[in-house]
Design a protein around this ligand. Structure first.
Ligand SMILES: C[S@@+](CC[C@H](N)C(=O)[O-])C[C@H]1O[C@@H](n2cnc3c(N)ncnc32)[C@H](O)[C@@H]1O
Length: 214
């Protein structure tokens, strides 16, 4: 995920503060600071012993923070379309999966079939440079994350999804509101200056409505 001088070509900028800090602290990606900030802002969002799903988890910066947050009694499942270098901690499970594939839900259930206390998505599409297209692709990934949270999230649990602002962003936020009691839009400090990305945080997943007696 992190660009190098050669692959960034003409747009090369000196490595920023968070890149250097991540390197010094042995973190796999600067994005680790984003989830760290979100967990600090919402301290009850991921508790010790929690089961957490991390969608778009490669190379594993979020996972490094999440595995510490859940502790030895917790569980973290990380999936991505690219392989994630294995973790030594036994509470981390990773797999190469495309969330948009038809068989994703079944493959995810095969990894862990319990409910998740938190569903977190840092997924980002390959950008085309066309604003509307990139916003729509980002919303599609975030929408899939919400669908997973609706099916596999525990009542009372947390949702976090990165999304590019614009397009149908407000409709997406309204959908999150239908499932979570409180919804916040967060732009962590480690977000690059020009980036349009924000994280939609849903707190306290609503319990499914009880069936109406006939
Ligand atoms: C910003 S990076 C995630 C960084 C990660 N949170 C970390 O801290 O290391 C976005 C990720 O979304 C993944 N992604 C994009 N589309 C996906 C899809 N359809 N299914 C699963 N992962 C996807 C990309 O492969 C990429 O690794």
């Amino acid at each position: 995920m992190l660009g190098t001088a050669s692959d960034m070509g003409k747009s090369y900028r000196p490595k920023d503060h968070y890149f250097q800090k991540a390197k010094q602290e042995g973190l796999r990606a600067r994005s680790a600071f984003k989830v760290d900030e979100i967990l600090k802002r919402f301290p009850t969002s991921v508790k010790k012993g929690a089961a957490v799903l991390d969608l778009g988890a490669a190379p594993g910066g979020f996972l490094q923070i999440l595995v510490d947050a859940v502790g030895v009694s917790g569980r973290v499942v990380g999936v991505d379309i690219v392989a994630i270098r294995p973790f030594s901690q036994k509470q981390v499970t990773t797999a190469v999966l495309d969330v948009l594939a038809d068989d994703f839900d079944a493959k995810l259930a095969a990894l862990y079939d319990g409910l998740y206390d938190a569903v977190i998505s840092d997924m980002a599409p390959k950008t085309s440079g066309i604003k509307g297209t990139d916003e729509a692709r980002s919303l599609r990934l975030a929408g899939k994350a919400l669908e997973v949270a609706a099916a596999r999230g525990r009542p009372g649990g947390t949702f976090v999804a990165k999304v590019f602002m614009g397009g149908d962003f407000e409709a997406f936020r309204d959908d999150v509101r239908k499932l979570y009691e409180e919804v916040k839009v967060v732009r962590p400090e480690a977000t690059r200056g020009a980036s349009m990305e924000v994280y939609v945080v849903g707190l306290r997943r609503r319990a499914p409505a009880a069936p109406v007696a006939s």
